[in-house]
Design a protein around this ligand. Structure first.
Ligand code: AMP
Length: 219
C-alpha cells in the first residue's frame, strides 16, 4: 500500500518527485503548501489566516494544518493510498497523522527523506518557478519548460512564489531544522524512513525510487 510521506527542506526535490510518483502510481498528491495557496487564492477565512505565516516563511499553526489534512484524508480517493508532500512538519502533526491514518485504515508505509545541502537549496529556490494552475515546479536554469513561461503539463502560467525569496527561505530553513528534522528520528524508530540524495538528477532519482515504491505498493 502506497501511503507515503515525502520529507526534506524546501528545494530538496519533493515536489518534482511527487509529480512523477503520482503520474506513475495514480495516487492523490496531498501537498499542504498547495492547499494553503489555493485557499489564499480563493480568499477563504483559512487562507487569510495562513497567508501571513506563509509569506513570512513561518509554519502555519498545527491546529489549522491538521484540520486541513483530516478533511482531505477522509475523501474517498485516499482509500487506495496517498502521497503526503510537506506534511507532517512538526511532532504534533506526525502524532495527529498516526491517528488519522489509523482511522482511515491506511497507516503510513514509507517516509522518503530528501537530503540536500544548503547552498543548493538556496540556488534552487531563488530560481524556482511554479505553475499557477497545477503547482508543477520548474527552474529558470535547470528545469525549463518546453515553452517559456508555460507549464508543460497543463498549459498554466508559470509564476514565482511569494515566499521564494532569500529572507523567507532563511526562516523556512530554520523552521525545518528546529521543527521538522526531529521527525526523521520519529520515523526512523518506526523503521519507515528511507533517505535519498536530493542532489541527484530528477530522472536518476526517480529510477531509484521506483523499485522501492513497487515493493511497498504490493505489500
Ligand atoms: P511548501 O509548498 O510545502 O513549501 O509550503 C509552503 C508554506 O506553507 C510553508 O513554508 C508553510 O508556511 C506552509 N505549510 C505547508 N505545509 C505545512 C505544514 N505541514 N505545517 C505548517 N505549515 C505548512
Amino acid at each position: 500500500m502506497l501511503n507515503i510521506i515525502l520529507m526534506g527542506p524546501p528545494g530538496a526535490g519533493k515536489g518534482t518527485q511527487a509529480m512523477k510518483i503520482i503520474a506513475k502510481y495514480q495516487i492523490p498528491h496531498i501537498s499542504t503548501g498547495d492547499m494553503f495557496r489555493e485557499a489564499i487564492a480563493e480568499g477563504t477565512p483559512m487562507g487569510k489566516t495562513a497567508a501571513g505565516f506563509i509569506n513570512a516563511g513561518n509554519l502555519v499553526p498545527d491546529d489549522v494544518t491538521i484540520a486541513l489534512v483530516r478533511e482531505r484524508l477522509s475523501k474517498p480517493d485516499c482509500a487506495h493510498g496517498y502521497l503526503l508532500d510537506g506534511f507532517p512538519r512538526t511532532i504534533p502533526q506526525a502524532e495527529a497523522l498516526d491517528t488519522l491514518a489509523k482511522e482511515i485504515k491506511r497507516p503510513i508505509t514509507l517516509v522518503i527523506d530528501f537530503e540536500c545541502a544548503r547552498p543548493e537549496l538556496i540556488r534552487r529556490i531563488s530560481g524556482r518557478r511554479v505553475c499557477a494552475v497545477c503547482g508543477a515546479p520548474y527552474h529558470v536554469d535547470t528545469l525549463k519548460p518546453k515553452v517559456e513561461g508555460i507549464c508543460d503539463l497543463c498549459g498554466g502560467k508559470l509564476i514565482q512564489r511569494k515566499d521564494d525569496n532569500v529572507e523567507s527561505l532563511i526562516v523556512r530553513l530554520e523552521a525545518y531544522e528546529s521543527k521538522t528534522k526531529p521527525l526523521l528520528e520519529f520515523y526512523k524508530k518506526r523503521k519507515l524512513l528511507v533517505s535519498v540524495d536530493g542532489l541527484k538528477g530528477v530522472d536518476v532519482l526517480f529510477q531509484e525510487l521506483v523499485p522501492l515504491l513497487d515493493r511497498i505498493g504490493t505489500k
